[in-house]
Design a protein around this ligand. Structure first.
Ligand code: ASP
Length: 410
């Protein structure tokens, strides 16, 4: 059930998104002056991420009671991530083959990417699971090594018996306090979201400039967005048939998180609100506390789909027809690239190097899609966050805890 407070926030959020677009469209560059309000919201959210992830993963894993259950929880989560990401890339490939958005696009404005793109390989992905200094990892907000550390730490704690209990109670308290703070920041979300959308649209030069950017890459943007919508519809059916939840109600609980994902383009920054939304929806503790932090870092359906469309777009623009075999390489590498992408703005653009190199396309091709990437980043991040939230519901259901059970109480 959606409570009255949540409903009020939902309406405020919808108003904020509409007003943000309106103000950015009309006000143009003048709206950059409200950017600081958006930054305030974003920074406040980011401030909670590290303590929240630490407390949430430790209590989530230890809350399983028996470490052996971690295998099942982890197994189902990874199977969910892998399947949905694979389906997302397949939808991306389908869209790029149907729309053929790159055909006839002029290469004239092809430019080298604006920032240095690192060379990321599969071994780098595996190495990114660990970090020599866990405090440094926290300071750099590298979530993956923190999560790996916390899983191992929680497993160790649960083997210590009574002595472990005391430490665990500390993290329980930390988690509850963090979630309280999330609840407070949430009420600032409408102002933050309004400011983020209005100032970003303003930075892009206002409504007319935005539509001009969009028109230049219209077919490409349509291919990405239609793919994302199809994938979102697929996730809704997973929610309905596998997690057995009402889609409308679940979306109602998650609205603040999804709109924040759209306005921040960062699944990590949105994580505190995703956790709050999924908690409201009554997803059991271990599922949401374990699945969401991990999902925000490695499960990125929207990014995977987008990378497939973008790479095919670049190939088509260069007059190269990728064979079926090469498209299968895109399928595998785009999945890896999405796993490797951090939950921060435009991370997908950086890890796309893996896919381009695998099929032998020049990295400069990325220059072709830069103009509109800030907008598509927001769209794919929203789907990334939705995919994580649906994953928590699925894992909650398949690990035998139903909504509203004792397990869902904090
Ligand atoms: N911005 C995305 C996210 O945070 C990652 C990406 O660039 O695709 O989920």
């Amino acid at each position: 059930m959606i409570r009255a407070g949540e409903r009020l926030l939902l309406w405020l959020m919808i108003a904020a998104v509409v007003a943000g677009f309106g103000a950015g469209y009309v006000g143009g560059e003048a709206m950059v002056s409200v950017k600081w309000l958006g930054d305030l919201f974003l920074t406040a959210l980011k401030m909670l991420i590290v303590p929240l992830v630490v407390a949430s993963v430790i209590t989530g894993v230890a809350g399983l009671g028996d470490v052996r259950k971690l295998g099942r929880l982890g197994g189902i989560s990874v199977a969910y991530y892998a399947t949905t990401t694979f389906i997302a890339v397949s939808i991306g490939l389908l869209m790029a083959n149907l729309w053929r958005p790159g055909v006839g696009v002029p290469l004239g404005d092809m430019q080298a990417p604006s920032r240095a793109l690192g060379d990321v390989g599969i071994t780098d992905l595996i190495l990114s699971l660990v970090h020599p200094n866990i405090i440094a990892a926290a300071a750099e907000m590298k979530l993956l090594p923190i999560i790996v550390f916390c899983i191992a730490f929680a497993a160790a704690l649960s083997m210590l018996g009574e002595r472990g209990e005391t430490v665990l109670r500390f993290f329980e308290g930390l988690n509850e306090a963090m979630m309280k703070m999330v609840g407070w920041i949430m009420w600032f979300a409408p102002i933050g979201v309004f400011a983020l959308i209005a100032s970003k649209l303003g930075e892009a030069g206002g409504g007319d400039a935005f539509f001009a950017q969009l028109a230049g890459l219209a077919k490409y943007a349509l291919a990405v967005i239609s793919g994302l919508l199809i994938h979102a519809a697929f996730l809704c059916s997973v929610l309905l048939f596998i997690a057995r939840r009402s889609v409308a109600e679940y979306l109602g609980h998650l609205a603040t998180a999804l709109m924040t994902a759209f306005s921040t383009a960062s699944s990590s920054a949105t994580l505190p609100l995703t956790m709050e939304g999924v908690k409201m929806a009554g997803v059991p503790k271990p599922a949401r506390r374990f699945v969401l932090p991990l999902g925000a870092t490695i499960n990125m359906d929207g990014t995977a789909l987008y990378e497939a469309v973008a790479v095919l777009f670049i190939a088509q623009a260069m007059g190269i027809d990728l064979t079926f075999g090469q498209q299968m390489i895109v399928l595998v590498t785009a999945t890896m690239a999405a796993i490797g992408a951090a939950g921060i703005p435009e991370a997908g653009l950086v890890t796309m190097v893996i896919v381009l190199e695998a099929v032998g396309l020049p990295l400069e091709g990325i220059g072709l899609i830069l103009a509109i990437d800030w907008f598509l980043d927001r769209c794919r991040t929203t789907v990334n966050v939705y995919g994580d939230a649906v994953g928590a519901a699925v894992v909650g259901r398949l690990t035998g805890n139903n909504a509203g059970s004792e397990g869902s109480r904090d």
